[in-house]
Design a binder for this molecule. Structure first.
Ligand SMILES: [Fe+2]
Ligand SMILES: [Fe+2]
Length: 285
């Protein structure tokens, strides 16, 4: 069985909490919850902002085609893979972003925010939206992140108000599906942008940040759950994937349902960030 659904013992949970918080502090630096920023991460983004576009030659996606389709529930027929990739990338974090935005405005701030992993996870999700916009900027595209569908908004709001022990079952499935989508989008980028080394290098850097964060989120949520909840979360993965794909049909056009399903249900999240030296490694029991 995938490590993503393995229950931790009480002593493992304790050592995990300490190790993960130390890791977040060294990776992100000091959190600023109001500005939704980390001091350490801002240095990297200053470099990105100094040279946002990395594409050499004519832009690979027509901004007007992109904008028109971004506003549609289902993309037009006949779009090329680069345009589908750009649309999927623009849409892929919107449910998470909506959930974090909603929970930040509807929940009290943690009593000890600088020592609570939730603080870091929430701010990391804000960075993910920025990262995906920067990945599109590397291709010369500008994009605003829209709200997810009505159904997704209702589901996300319900999760914020449910007891943590129930909500985290769905949150874990969602984080695992997220790792699948980002992994497959990065693999596709390597094929599509193989002849644009500067743009691909930027996309690799940006996606690595997301993958490393998300793998940490998976293990953190796992550390909050017991065996029955983990089993339920595992069964929920295909349901969460189906609803995400209904919301982002570009994903099915790019990868096909079978590939998405196989990747998400394998739930091998540690493989996703295996090549990243800054990844979080769960401490041994
Ligand atoms: Fe995320
Ligand atoms: Fe996440």
């Amino acid at each position: 069985m995938s490590a993503s659904f393995e229950a931790m013992s009480a002593s493992q949970k304790r050592s995990f909490q300490g190790a993960y918080l130390r890791y977040l502090k060294s990776r992100d630096g000091v959190p600023d919850r109001d500005a939704r920023r980390f001091d350490v991460r801002e240095r990297f983004f200053a470099e990105v902002d100094a040279a946002p576009t990395c594409w050499v030659g004519a832009a690979p996606v027509d901004q007007r085609v992109f904008d028109r389709n971004h506003a549609l529930r289902r993309p037009e027929e006949g779009l090329d893979e680069v345009t589908l990739w750009a649309l999927a990338t623009a849409k892929t974090n919107r449910a998470e972003r909506y959930g974090v935005e909603y929970s930040i405005t509807h929940e009290a701030a943690p009593a000890d925010a600088p020592n609570d992993p939730h603080t870091y996870i929430q701010i990391e999700e804000f960075y993910h939206t920025r990262i995906l916009k920067d990945a599109l900027a590397a291709l010369g595209l500008t994009a605003e992140v829209h709200e997810p569908s009505f159904f997704t908004r209702v589901m996300v709001r319900a999760m914020v108000h449910l007891p943590a022990g129930v909500a985290n079952v769905a949150v874990l499935s969602g984080e695992i599906v997220g790792v699948t989508i980002f992994t497959l989008l990065l693999e596709k980028a390597r094929v599509l942008f193989a002849d644009q080394p500067a743009a691909l290098a930027r996309i690799e850097q940006l996606f690595a940040q997301i993958l490393v964060d998300e793998v940490g989120h998976v293990h953190f949520v796992r550390s909050q759950l017991g065996p029955w909840q983990l089993a339920a979360s595992r069964r929920l993965v295909p349901v969460v994937l189906r609803s995400l794909v209904d919301d982002i049909p570009e994903l099915e056009r790019l990868f096909g349902w079978e590939r998405l399903y196989a990747h998400a249900t394998a739930a091998d999240v540690d493989a996703a960030a295996a090549a990243c030296p800054d990844r979080f490694v769960v401490p041994a029991a």
